[in-house]
Design a protein around this ligand. Structure first.
Ligand SMILES: [Zn+2]
Length: 51
């Protein structure tokens, strides 16, 4: 399963494996540190799309 989120710095769309949920990483585009959002309990409201 992939987590889709947007880099807070450069706004690029990113997909990471769910293993990275809640972990810190570095954006491959802008090279800044970011935190991967967790599962739905921590997701921002914009992420609540029903599949
Ligand atoms: Zn970025």
């Amino acid at each position: 399963m992939l987590i889709k989120f947007t880099c807070p710095h450069c706004k690029i769309s990113l997909n990471v494996g769910s293993d990275f949920a809640g972990k810190k990483g570095v954006c491959p585009n802008c090279k800044k540190e970011l935190t991967v959002p967790g599962k739905s309990e921590n997701a921002p409201e914009e992420a609540k799309k029903t599949e």
